[in-house]
Design a protein around this ligand. Structure first.
Ligand SMILES: Nc1ncnc2c1ncn2[C@@H]1O[C@H](COP(=O)(O)OP(=O)(O)OP(=O)(O)O)[C@@H](O)[C@H]1O
Length: 287
């Protein structure tokens, strides 16, 4: 499955939620779609799922525009943050409707996960707690077996044990039935080990698209005396820089170049920190 995003802008009245972004996503893979509040993540996911249209530019899924080829939507399951279920339906009816819509639906898995998350199929959606709605979303996403499965903040209201269950399922499903999973979450440190590729949006722009290996290899924190750090980093792209009492920390994009100096130390940068640094400085590292 390949998603081509070309020059996409989405404006709501006078506000541009996405500003001329272009990139590709290709699966099977687990992708982390990250960004602070209002970055444009949900807007992008709504566009990809054909729920709203672009102001300009286009999104193609395997060469097809989802608006021109509605059948493509049967291969995209978007589990929205708010839980996009009908309040008056029971859990059983909700799953049945999804079974009907998604051609590759795995009913056995759906039944198994109902037990795992201890949901009663007879309960109405309107009477479920937030965590139960999240669990229903998780069941729907996995059982849909769609080539593109999207989870937007899938675990609101779920405790750590249930979240860990979600992570385990994600790994298990990616092994048994590989697909393109897009996971948008604010719990970055918790989920960062799962991601194979990372996209960071900020104020409607794409600041970073890197595989996890690229990010780990190329983005480093250089620490030491300010003059030593400056000499060591030379003309490397600086993402963030902070000096306190002559001690400097510079987060740099090394892009394969080695950084050497006896008096400096090199440290890895967590994904959570990188998101903060990139957004603060609005540095764009794209592809
Ligand atoms: N229906 C809408 N009408 C007007 N503005 C909107 C609408 N939906 C989103 N926006 C605006 O577009 C911008 C991007 O919102 P979006 O929900 O895509 O961000 P997000 O990255 O998903 O944020 P969060 O992490 O808080 O869910 C925000 O400024 C938001 O206020």
């Amino acid at each position: 499955m390949k998603i081509n995003v070309s020059n996409v802008t989405k404006s709501y009245k006078h506000k541009a939620a996405l500003k001329n972004i272009s990139f590709t996503m290709e699966g099977p893979k687990i992708i982390g779609l990250l960004g602070h509040n209002g970055a444009g993540k949900t807007t992008f996911l709504n566009l990809l799922s054909g729920l709203i249209s672009t102001t300009s530019g286009e999104i193609l899924v395997n060469g097809e525009n989802v608006f021109n080829a509605p059948s493509t939507l049967r291969d995209i399951c978007f589990v929205a943050e708010s839980g996009n279920f009908q309040e008056e339906m029971t859990i059983a009816q909700t799953l049945k409707a999804n079974h009907f819509f998604y051609p590759k639906w795995d009913e056995e898995l759906a039944q198994e996960l109902l037990q795992v998350f201890a949901l009663n199929p007879k309960d109405k959606v309107r009477n479920l707690s937030k965590g139960m709605v999240s669990a229903l979303g998780i069941i729907t996403g996995f059982a849909s077996c769609t080539a593109i499965t999207i989870f937007d903040e899938p675990y609101i209201g779920l405790d750590v044990a249930a979240r860990n269950m979600f992570y385990d399922l994600l790994i298990e499903q990616q092994t048994e039935n590989p697909r393109l999973f897009i996971l948008s979450t604010h719990l970055i440190d918790e989920a960062s080990e799962l991601f194979e590729e990372i996209f960071i949006l900020h104020e409607g722009e794409l600041l970073l698209q890197k595989t996890t290996d690229e990010w780990r290899e190329h983005i480093v924190a250089v620490k030491g005396n300010a003059s030593d750090v400056e000499r060591a980093i030379g003309d490397l792209q600086v993402i963030y820089q902070h000096t306190f009492m002559q001690e400097m920390t510079a987060i740099v994009f090394a892009n394969g170049q080695s950084i050497e100096d006896q008096n400096i130390t090199l440290e890895s940068v967590s994904l959570q920190d990188m998101l903060v640094y990139l957004s603060k400085q609005k540095v764009r590292l794209g592809r």
